[in-house]
Design a protein around this ligand. Structure first.
Ligand code: FPP
Length: 272
């Protein structure tokens, strides 16, 4: 049971927003492109890394809120395969912040019954980062609440290529190289195998791009773009994104609502 008292103070903006959310129609999987850390820092005459440091507070609040809302999955895009092009100091700081986050936050992840897992080319990360990731993954493996996926050294195209290579090697091993695969089989070998696709993709800082994030999985996701920069993104902004999500009609390529009823009536008339 969702405990709304843990999500909003009485009389707060959060409470007003929460009242507009249908708790029975929440997205099961929310994916987030956390963007705007650099601009947040620049606006305050601070080094870029201070934006990343402040972004951690948003990560904390959003993950905890997702757990309290009893969402199934949250996936955060923390470091892309392209992000290695950034200055060495910025990359090193991001990795240091990640390790610090994992060490400090493990207890909270446990208390909130959150299962943590990284996705991406994790073996391309520094061994010290891999060790912390493995530790957090193992410690939280038996938790049964929210699944928190963090995309690291991640690229949507890289994932698709890695999946193709994985499938080819399985088929070669089984001497089935002329087998024909289908979408379900392919999806079952992605980094996100066994995880439902995102229903809602949030991007902060106003950019209208998907930036090589979960390219296969977002095929039918609703996209919510907000101008809010990631270090300013808080629980109320997640609530706004969910309200926006619930205002959409999801058709998956079909027709629904009044229009669908018209077709059903027309079909009935034709067959009677
Ligand atoms: C994009 O902002 C953000 C990133 C590349 C990194 C996101 C990382 C964090 C929020 C902190 C680390 C995460 C965890 C989970 C510990 P940008 O730098 O591209 O911003 P800009 O477009 O304004 O320059």
């Amino acid at each position: 049971m969702i405990d709304v008292r843990k999500l909003a103070e009485p009389g707060s903006i959060e409470e007003t927003l929460l009242e507009r959310i249908d708790l029975k129609r929440l997205p099961r999987h929310v994916a987030v492109i956390m963007d705007g850390n650099g601009r947040w820092a620049r606006a305050r005459n601070l080094p870029r890394v201070e934006g990343h440091r402040s972004g951690i507070a948003s990560v904390r609040e959003i993950v905890e809120t997702a757990a309290r809302l009893e969402l199934g999955v949250i996936t955060l895009y923390a470091f892309s395969v392209e992000n290695w092009k950034r200055p060495r100091y910025e990359v090193a700081t991001l990795m240091m912040l990640l390790k610090e986050y994992l060490r400090k936050e493990l207890q909270t992840l446990m208390e909130n019954n959150i299962r943590f897992t990284p996705i991406g080319r994790v073996d391309g990360l520094d061994p010290s980062v891999q060790r912390e990731l493995r530790y957090a993954e193992e410690k939280t493996a038996e938790n049964s609440g929210l699944l928190f996926q963090i995309a690291l050294n991640y690229g949507g195209r890289a994932e698709i290529v890695d999946t193709c290579n994985r499938i080819m090697s399985i088929l070669r091993e089984k001497e089935m190289s002329d087998a024909v695969i289908d979408e379900d089989f392919f999806a079952g070998h992605l980094y996100t195998a066994n995880v439902d696709d995102p229903d809602l993709l949030i991007r902060t800082s106003g950019e209208l791009r998907v930036s090589n994030f979960l390219l296969w999985q977002i095929a039918y996701a609703e996209i919510h773009v907000t101008k809010v920069l990631w270090p300013d993104f808080r629980r109320r902004n997640l609530f706004e994104a969910i309200i926006d999500f619930q205002s959409r009609e999801r058709r998956y390529g079909g027709v629904e609502g009044a229009e669908a009823e018209m077709f059903i009536e027309a079909d009935d008339a034709a067959s009677s």
